[in-house]
Design a protein around this ligand. Sequence first.
Ligand code: F6R
Length: 606
Amino acid sequence: MCGIVGYIGKKQALPILLQGLRDLEYRGYDSAGIAVLDNGKIDRVREVGKVDMLAKKIGQVKIAGTLGIAHTRWATHGGVTEFNAHPHIVGSGKLALVHNGIIENYREIKKQLKNQKQESETDSEILGQLIFENYEGDLVKAVKKSLLKVRGTYGIVVMHADHPNQLVAARLGSPLAIGIAEGEYYIASDVTPMLPFTKQVTFLDDGEIANINGDGLKIQNMRDEIINKTITHIDWDQQKAQKGGFENFMIKEIFDQPTVFEDAIRGRFNMEEGTAVLGGLNMTLEQMRDIKRVIFVAEGTARYTGLIGKYAFERLADLPCDVDFSSEFRYRDPAVNKHTLVFVISQSGETADTLMATREAKRKGAVVRGIVNVIGSTIARETKAGTYIHAGPELSVASTKAYTNMVAVLLLYALQFGRIKHTSLATGKRLLQALLEIPEKMNEILKQDAAIKKIAESYKDYKSILYIGRGVNYPVALEGTMKLKETSYIHAEGFAGGELKHGPLALVSKDVPVVAILSKDQLYEKMKSSIQEVRARGARTLVIATVGDEEAKEVADDIIYVPDTMELLEPLLNTIPLQLFAYHIAVALGRDVDRPRNLAKSVTVE
Ligand code: F6R
């Protein structure tokens, strides 16, 4: 939530900051602003709305300077107004600050300030004022002294008019990466804005302050100890973070799936032994055999992949599994111990609840492994062991390619555990072979895009749509509703097919269509009966069926065929038509699919 950019170097800062904000806009897009320091004076422009509005406002205004900070906001404290937008400038134009996070004790801090007049209603401006009042010629000292008083979370970047060659950044709970190039530095909430300029990146950890000035970059902690950070080489290429000719990121990322899926599985097979080899598991066979229970902890779409993981682990590895919301797990007293394997799953690797759940699981002695997309993100670093899903930058708020790659990695983990317990060589080989065939099968579904669009458009005026699935396709139904809700704002609910007649059937009418996933599995007949039941109550049905299943037409008003695969792998295919269905409805309704209202990509606040 909220994107921060900072630049210090030889180039003009303005274009770098503006492009950086565009790259980070998925993190928040209700207002944006930039501040650039030149000749001892800070120039600032802020605007309500998206970065394009800010760029328009800046227009031909000449903002020169090679040092600057910028921010795209997702409001927490204070409404969406220009006054509340960052950067905040305090001290009669002397100090500018951008902040991502929440200062919980801002009221107490405000009471202690000499200057009681603030321009905005934000906690961030109070922090800026505190830093200014603590300033006695040393910006790092002022930042440190102020942060020691703060309760809450922050990623901040600060500049001061009297320090024309200095940026100070600090972090507690909100991510900040620093890109290092020849004589210049880039700061941002994630690495995307710096990719065109450098691949050498270091990540601030909680409690660290970065001081960038003419002498280079120095990172210290709150006890003034200098920290020697490791530099990570980010091998994402910048093109992957662009739309590549597509209308928007969501459709581009849906179409990315066959390619990035290959990245998720590449080098992670041992075909001869019918098993997966995920180095990040980092456990001996003995340690693996010592695991008695698995818990998948995540939020939203990532949690749905955990539900799929549960089916896979129970089936292949014969291990009892639970799936939990990170936000619940962290506040319960989760019964975990050294025999519990906790998978924390997160695209961004920054979701606050999932990060806190990670720490809780570690504190309680569980074996914790991350399944994360963003390289160098906090959860990836804090779990130390675990696996990157290699989906590349996912910029649309609605997660698509990260979902499929999470499922791929979970299946591989399940197989790796399965093969030392319960799963035969033949099944292992069959599963690996089936995974290899997935990209081609995904392409076959994507080729039906035009037909799916036509179907989707005919559903756009419904006010509510129900989704049903069974077994491993129950989470697929849930994921279908998530994509529809967040991109089109149409109400949707997902149910396990067998649950319908225990209540939800009362919702069904001719005005409430039902999307049903009809897999050719052991529950085929039962699922068909459920679809018949909703049809008998007047519901229009869209059925996702397996190629060759002519009988499915008997219960379908509309039908989308997907290629056959092994049952456990079906979510990898069956979700794609549901992504396209939601996408085309949203576009037909004129929604901003990449940036749905009220949402942000990376939820770094509770
Ligand atoms: C939905 C979506 C969210 C995320 C959730 C967790 O399309 O993207 O539900 O899945 O906010 O985010 P990560 O995976 O970054 O922890």
